[in-house]
Design a protein around this ligand. Structure first.
Ligand SMILES: [Zn+2]
Length: 249
């Protein structure tokens, strides 16, 4: 018997009463769990066998897959499902996390990031678009795909009225050093935008969600973090399209 703290990122039904769960755990990374009988009426494990449940899972190890015995919920984020935009964003966070967690050995900071993001999403006291930008940029940073944000990659200039962010190369150029290079896959950053991106990528997790971004910067910031994530991961997420179709404004 093993006990692991984890967040359900995805549930898939099989048979009449059972589910497979993909759970991101604190100590064993991403695991697949068979949850038997959880779709039966009044099943004792029904609530803990749902996406967005964070719990202490008591599991038996059957070789290839874990089997769910029981669980103590720690925190559930089911309330995001009552708001279509939040639900779409939470699903996007799950899909991205699932993708990076299957690609490489994940770490506890990724779990912390998604738990915090879901917490603020459920609480509703941060702009959805800000949470999206924070999640995208920070996730890449946590899995070792942090861009070089120290300064211009050629002359090391720390800031300028405009800096150019090469999304593919993950590096900055000042206008001077950028010269006549191709602008494809390059974003112009004002000092303010660069500050936001540095903060998200590099600050302590504890302070991460204290970031306050003026509303007029949010769409641009979110576009940059989204493109950076998509280019670096080489993957387009369906849940992101879903989010865009249901987003208000
Ligand atoms: Zn330069």
């Amino acid at each position: 018997m093993t006990t692991l703290k984890g967040l359900v990122l995805r549930e898939r039904s099989f048979g009449d009463n059972d589910k497979f769960l993909d759970i991101l755990t604190d100590e064993a990374g991403l695991i697949e769990v068979t949850a038997k009988g959880v779709k039966k009426q009044n099943a004792k494990n029904a609530a803990v066998a749902q996406t967005f449940c964070y719990a202490n899972y008591c599991l038996s190890d059957s070789g290839k897959r874990y089997i769910l015995n029981s669980a103590e919920p720690i925190r559930t984020f089911f309330s995001v499902s009552t708001d279509i935009e939040k639900f779409a964003l939470a699903s996007y966070f799950s899909e991205m996390t699932l993708y990076v967690a299957t690609q490489e050995r994940t770490n506890q900071e990724v779990l912390r990031l998604i738990l915090n993001s879901l917490h603020f999403l459920a609480a509703g006291n941060r702009e959805n678009l800000l949470l999206k930008a924070i999640f995208e940029m920070r996730l890449l940073s946590e899995i070792g795909m942090v861009p070089n944000l120290l300064g211009c990659c050629e002359c090391l200039k720390y800031s300028d009225t405009q800096m150019l962010f090469d999304l593919r190369g993950g590096r900055l150029y000042c206008e001077n050093c950028f010269g006549n290079r191709d602008l494809h896959g390059v974003e112009m950053l004002t000092e303010r935008l660069l500050h936001y991106i540095r903060f998200i990528a590099l600050t302590d997790m504890q302070k991460l969600f204290n970031l306050s971004v003026s509303k007029e910067y949010l769409p641009h910031l979110s576009r940059i973090t989204e493109s950076y994530a998509e280019i670096q991961l080489g993957r387009h997420f369906q849940t992101l399209d879903f989010y865009k179709t249901v987003r208000n404004g």
